[in-house]
Design a protein around this ligand. Structure first.
Ligand code: UDP
Length: 472
């Protein structure tokens, strides 16, 4: 590393959905801007998918990128069975702080010139006396909500979910009460307090990076930059730098890809609900029947059902423990659908699958990584939000962007019956309506490519960010 080369440390919070965007960001800054990157990845014992992924990434040895795993900490004495995932993540990060301090102190060659932290790590930044940036790895809309929620907190009484009117975030699309992010569901729960704090902490950074692009969320980006009410809270620059996403990673033969190679163009529906979302056993049975009845070809990544909170597997994803998973499917399902489907337990190479030309639709929980992996491949979506901010993502995809359809009632509120599932698959994959949705998804693919190409809005935004780091 020469003395003029910038060094940026990026801290990622636990969970695949957080680790992946940080690795992609690091890779982008290292490869295109010749910045030395150290990724401090807070790990958990429970996710072997995470460990495997880190190992693989390290083996690839991307020049200029070093990954330092921050050992997992035991927080069992600080939580109980009712502690929500949002709170657990904030506690995990707080408790990992000594490990982060040690890792930064031990950078013998040269410490970082700037620090970037992702959304659950905003609490740790204040003690490091270097330029600091927060990375919001999801939409501008959810950033606006996180920042403005402190105002709602003062002005609104009672639970948000009981409101009769949508929540009005200045300059942004209104938010329906039943689509608020999980931490806003119960104002007495600790996760709400943590969420408000996170919004306040965001405002103390030197800038905020967002994994979106101007063409996708023009109105919201504009509001974050110039709406008086939002700017009175958030005075720092925002950098829409997306869509940052993993690229195709096929290195060895893969059963799913080989199966897709034999299918017709855009004929397969890919069904996958992220790294930690779960659905009830009854819902899983309906889904299996709905897919079977649709007679559409599909690839389904199956995870064990769970009859509690939809995010309960988030910090507990066993990754490669596939034992017994397929036993949860209805009797005879695998035999009856063997000519039209491939069922994969636990984990599949989603990026490779979504970029395959045989895939024509994606039934997704609308996690933001999954969403941009779909949009950047021009694949339309059946939106099936489960937890976190996914209901907001689903609303944006269906109502604002027109690249998705979704069940009539939120899947977390009411069972989605097999007939409705069958109908949605037919609409997306076969009907005229689906064609229009597909065309819109393809347009967004182009718009994403334009944003990232030289002179595009996200390309320019990253250049401005790098310039800002250099001048500080
Ligand atoms: N993923 C994958 N294979 C799977 C499930 C998930 O590769 O079987 C990847 C997916 O491509 C995405 C990430 O895991 O990059 C999930 O992130 P997302 O934000 O969509 O959802 P989360 O898992 O955080 O709910």
């Amino acid at each position: 590393m020469d003395s003029s080369q910038l060094h940026v440390a990026i801290v990622s919070s636990p969970g695949m959905g957080h680790l992946i965007p940080v690795l992609v960001l690091g890779n982008q800054l290292a490869t295109h801007h010749n910045i030395k990157i150290t990724i401090l990845a807070i790990t958990t014992n429970s996710s072997s998918a995470e460990t495997k992924f880190l190992k693989k990434f390290n083996n690839e040895k991307i020049s200029n990128v070093e990954i330092v795993p921050i050992p997992s900490v035991d927080i069992s004495h600080l939580i109980d069975s009712s502690t929500k995932v949002f709170t657990r993540l904030r506690i995990l990060v707080r408790e990992a702080l000594p490990g982060i301090r040690r890792a930064i102190a031990s950078m013998t060659h040269r410490g970082p010139d700037a620090l970037v932290v992702d959304l659950f790590c905003t609490q740790i930044a204040e003690e490091f006396n270097i330029p600091k940036y927060a990375y919001h790895p999801t939409t501008a809309w959810t950033l606006a909500l996180a920042i403005y929620c402190r105002v709602f907190d003062k002005e609104i009484e009672g639970e948000y979910v009981d409101l009769q009117q949508p929540l009005k975030i200045p300059g942004c699309k209104a938010l329906r009460p039943d689509e608020v992010v999980d931490p806003m569901l119960d104002r007495r729960d600790q996760q709400y307090e943590e969420y408000i704090k996170m919004g306040i902490e965001y405002a103390s950074f030197d800038g905020i990076l967002i994994n979106t692009w101007e063409d996708l969320e023009g109105e919201t980006v504009k509001a974050l930059r110039s709406n008086d009410k939002l700017r009175s809270i958030l005075k720092v620059p925002i950098y829409p730098i997306g869509p940052l996403r993993r690229t195709v990673e096929i290195t060895e033969p893969d059963e799913v890809i080989q199966w897709l190679d034999k299918q017709n163009h855009e004929s397969v529906l890919f069904v996958c609900f992220g790294s930690g979302g779960t659905m009830s056993s009854q819902q899983m049975t309906e889904l299996a029947w709905g897919l079977e009845l649709s007679q559409q070809k599909f690839v389904w990544v199956v995870r064990p059902p769970f009859d509690g909170d939809a995010d309960s597997a988030y910090l507990n994803s066993t990754g490669n423990d596939t034992r017994g998973v397929l036993e949860y499917l209805p009797e005879g399902f695998l035999t009856r659908t063997k000519d039209m489907s491939l069922v994969v337990p636990m984990w599949a190479r989603q990026v490779d699958i979504l970029s395959h030309s045989s895939v024509g639709g994606f039934m997704s929980h609308c996690g933001w990584n999954s969403t941009i992996e779909s949009l950047t491949n021009g694949v339309p979506i059946i939106a099936w939000p489960l937890h976190a901010e996914q209901k907001m993502n689903a609303a944006m995809l269906t109502e604002e962007l027109g690249v998705a359809i979704r069940p009539a009632v939120l899947p977390t509120k009411k069972l989605v019956k097999r007939e409705e599932i069958q109908e949605m698959v037919k609409i997306l994959m076969q009907a005229k309506e689906g064609k229009g949705i597909r065309e819109k998804a393809k347009k967004l693919k182009m718009s994403a490519e334009n944003a990232l190409s030289e002179g595009g809005s996200s390309y320019n935004s990253i250049c401005e960010l790098v310039k800002d780091i250099r001048t500080r």
